[in-house]
Design a protein around this ligand. Structure first.
Ligand SMILES: Nc1ncnc2c1ncn2[C@@H]1O[C@H](COP(=O)(O)OP(=O)(O)O)[C@@H](O)[C@H]1O
Ligand SMILES: [Mg+2]
Length: 259
């Protein structure tokens, strides 16, 4: 099965502004791709187009051979899950019920074993019984991740496309590392394909196989972390004064702000 996700010449205008400007990209199965870029670059908007949350009017987006709008909503939701930047819920449900919502595309029965497994993977078991609205921002992010993994669970693990919009923005150091290690392990097994918007360039450099840098709705740089996280590129597109050095344990670039 061709699992590749391909976007060709995507464009999105809102009023007089062009939010996404001629973006073409390919996401390969089994890779972890990070989308980076300054505030307002269009990362969240692009993610919405790639996942079908916003209709593609100009250009095309396909999973395999089939354009997104030709997938039935049910089949699509079994193949791709999305964790948006802000998730507001109308009901104040318990954590387990939110995670169980991820199983909706698969029928009525609540597979307790799957729910327990994804909660364990995301460190949500200590949150069992709590009401979602009473959780901290970081705890809510972990619950949303668990829900997304539950949505893609087949047989013995998640399969398909997982899109995450700044999933680590409210996480403490331990949970940032846990989330990115988990995503890396799952993609390396070959069945999960991850596209993640990351604010933190150092996290992107450490864990992504490939990085796409967005600026004013355009992809202005892409490649391996070593190719993209370099001083001239970061200074040019972020406008910040930085130094880039290797991580002490490996060749991966890490960014330091100049005082
Ligand atoms: N519905 C909309 N109408 C007008 N402008 C929008 C809309 N949605 C987003 N924008 C603007 O598009 C730009 C990109 O937004 P966004 O994709 O959220 O950026 P990022 O996630 O990279 O920070 C921003 O300048 C934002 O204000
Ligand atoms: Mg955003």
């Amino acid at each position: 099965m061709d699992n590749r996700l391909t976007a060709e010449r995507l464009r999105l205008d809102r009023g007089k502004r062009r939010l996404i400007d001629d973006v073409s990209l390919t996401l390969d199965a089994g890779e972890m791709v990070a989308l980076i870029g300054p505030n307002g670059a269009g990362k969240s908007t692009l993610l919405r187009l790639l996942t079908g949350y916003l209709p593609v009017r100009f250009g095309e987006c396909r999973i395999g051979e089939l354009p997104l709008d030709r997938w039935s909503p049910e089949t699509l939701s079994r193949r791709r899950a999305v964790m948006l930047q802000h998730t507001q819920l109308r009901f104040d449900w318990q954590v387990e019920s939110i995670v169980a919502m991820g199983r909706a595309p698969w029928g009525k029965k609540q597979e307790q074993d799957i729910i327990q497994q994804v909660m364990a993977l995301t460190d949500c078991l200590p949150l069992a019984g709590r009401h979602y609205a009473t959780l901290s921002g970081g705890e809510q992010q972990r619950v949303q991740l668990a829900r997304s993994l539950a949505q893609l669970w087949q047989d013995d693990g998640p399969q398909g496309w997982l899109f995450l919009d700044e999933p680590t923005s409210a996480l403490d150091l331990y949970h940032q590392q846990q989330l990115l290690r988990l995503m890396k392990n799952l993609t390396q097994k070959g069945n999960l394909h991850v596209c993640v918007v990351l604010h933190d360039l150092n996290l992107a450099a450490l864990w992504a196989d490939r990085i796409l840098l967005l600026h004013q709705g355009k992809v202005v740089a892409q490649g391996t972390p070593e190719e993209v996280i370099v001083q001239p590129i970061i200074e040019k597109w972020y406008g910040a004064e930085v130094r880039v050095e290797s991580h002490p344990d490996r060749e991966t670039p890490q960014v330091f702000l100049m005082q």
